[in-house]
Design a protein around this ligand. Structure first.
Ligand SMILES: [Zn+2]
Length: 52
């Protein structure tokens, strides 16, 4: 079974925490392909997206 990941913003460990491309830079620069990967829970991913 896959180990649960920890959100790098709030530290939550849950199966909903995912490694994804940085939601903020992908929102700001959708054409770029060199976004950082971040491990985030859905609320933090949404919060980061809304900061952009
Ligand atoms: Zn989080």
């Amino acid at each position: 079974m896959a180990k649960k990941k920890a959100c790098e913003t709030c530290g939550t460990k849950d199966k909903t925490v995912e490694t994804m491309l940085d939601p903020m830079t992908t929102a700001l620069y959708p054409e770029d392909t060199d976004h950082d990967e971040m491990t985030l829970c859905p609320p933090c991913a949404t919060a980061r997206f809304e900061e952009s």
